[in-house]
Design a protein around this ligand. Structure first.
Ligand code: S3P
Length: 441
């Protein structure tokens, strides 16, 4: 592969069984929680992507040691007050919003100066969404224009907080949950529905947590300063990574794919619900429970006759990382698909709503946008023959992978920049599409 990735050929029919890498959200949470446990944790199937490696480097800078063993990572936690910082420390979270935001929560009791920075994309993202609630614990946080670098000096005298999370952001909710571990007393959180891996991990570690689930909000109470022991965890497959192959299968001819051992936690399967509403018929097989998460095989076959839908807003949070590929199916559907209230999509590694609209227009699809709502006018006969170049997408890993799926299913000749961006979340992406028969240059 040269500077640009080239795809000049659609994928042929395939019938395969694959496994995707470990879930990114859970991998980062496991690393951070293991760094706070007392004693040794063993994490199996940890996603070995840049975001997760940056989490390991971050805890190392804070005095926590880890080792890569044959098929697991070993992390030696030193408890809730175990981060050691003798001097000023700088943590580089790279591209990872999850790492930067969650670790801020863990730094609230570090009575030293820690600075968090990140790559060009992460330095453009807003941090007030986490620094505002964290300030209420009684810490000192400084930043310019609410962007990275953010400097935090924690406190020995923390107080618990009451927090209303309105965005449906698991990163904000989790940052506060992690900070609540350090503070005496009970922290109360009312949170709009979002992924709940932090809650499930707390429960499986016997951290005192009480959750009441209502229709639109969860009410969470956490009692702080309760130490927990090292743990073993086997990270399940990532549904966000699986989504690329699900859509590849749906849009290719006469193909079938089974993806083994994927986490199908209710708070993550918006993509499956939306695609099935569009007529996809994706099914779960061999469901089992593991530490509160639900793991399953996913079975998907290629399809014609997708239909345009009005996507319920209630699914936005649980499909937030998958909208780019969902839009590709909408582009091939009969009729108009409507997606509303997508402002959060523009706050990701790149402004994904803007980029998706540009992309869809480039491939000849009519899109009408009003504020943060879009209508995609599908074309079931969409077939591409021209030359397409995709660049200037802030090295957003998901934009690159979505573009590959478009190139492999819609035809045309494609040149894609920044192929290394897949390493952020899914270094194995190219190996798997090659295994499915993709020809990439
Ligand atoms: C994540 C939460 C989501 C998601 C991100 C990972 C997490 O972000 O987009 O990729 O692991 O908590 P928000 O919580 O900001 O919506």
């Amino acid at each position: 592969m040269g500077k640009y990735l080239q795809i000049n050929q659609k994928i042929n029919s395939f019938n395969k069984i694959i496994e995707v890498s470990g879930d990114k959200s859970i991998s980062i949470r496991c690393v951070l929680m293991a760094s706070q446990a007392i004693g040794l944790s063993k994490i199996y199937n940890l996603l070995e992507s840049e975001d997760v490696m940056n989490a390991l480097k971050a805890i190392k800078k804070l005095g926590i040691s880890y080792k890569k063993k044959n098929n697991y990572f070993e992390i030696e936690g030193l408890g809730l007050s175990g981060y050691l910082t003798k001097k000023k420390v700088e943590i580089n979270a790279g591209n990872s919003g999850t790492l930067a935001r969650l670790i801020l929560g863990l730094l609230v009791n570090v009575n030293n100066y820690v600075s968090i920075t990140g790559d060009n994309s992460l330095r453009k993202r807003d941090f007030s969404r986490v620094t505002k609630p964290l300030l209420n614990f009684g810490v000192n946080i400084k930043s310019k224009n609410n962007k990275l670098p953010v400097r935090i000096i924690g406190s020995e005298y923390l107080r618990p907080i009451n927090y209303f999370e309105k965005l449906g952001s698991a990163q904000c909710k989790s940052a506060v949950m992690l900070a609540s571990l350090k503070s005496p007393g009970i922290t109360n959180i009312k949170a709009k529905k979002s992924r709940d891996h932090t809650e499930l991990l707390f429960k499986s570690l016997n951290i005192p947590i009480n959750i009441k689930k209502k229709k639109n909000y969860d009410f969470i109470k956490i009692t702080g300063q309760s130490n927990f022991s090292g743990f073993n965890y086997h990270v399940p497959g990532d549904i966000s990574s699986s989504a690329f192959f699900i859509v590849l299968t749906l849009l290719s001819k006469k193909s079938k794919l089974i993806i083994k051992n994927v986490n199908i936690n209710e708070s993550r399967i918006g993509v499956i619900k939306i695609l099935n509403k569009m007529n996809a018929n994706i099914i779960f097989r061999n469901k089992k429970k593991y530490k509160g998460e639900t793991i399953s095989d996913i079975v998907v076959k290629s399809k014609k006759n997708f239909i345009g839908i009005k996507c319920p807003k209630s699914l936005n949070s649980s499909a937030i990382d998958e909208f780019l590929v969902i839009f590709l199916v909408a582009a091939k559907a009969k009729g108009i698909s409507t997606f509303n209230n997508l402002s959060e999509l523009n706050k990701k590694e790149s402004p994904r709503l803007n980029i998706a609209i540009k992309f869809l227009k480039m491939i000849g699809i009519k899109v009408v946008r009003k504020k943060d709502n879009i209508k995609i006018y599908g074309n079931p006969n969409l077939e591409l023959n021209d030359f397409y170049k995709v660049s200037n997408f802030r090295k957003d890993h998901r934009v690159l992978m979505m573009s590959c799926i478009a190139a492999l299913t819609l035809g045309g000749k494609w040149k894609l920049a920044d192929k290394d961006s897949v390493n952020t979340s899914f270094p194995n992406f190219f190996n798997i599409i090659k295994k499915l028969g993709a020809k990439i240059i």
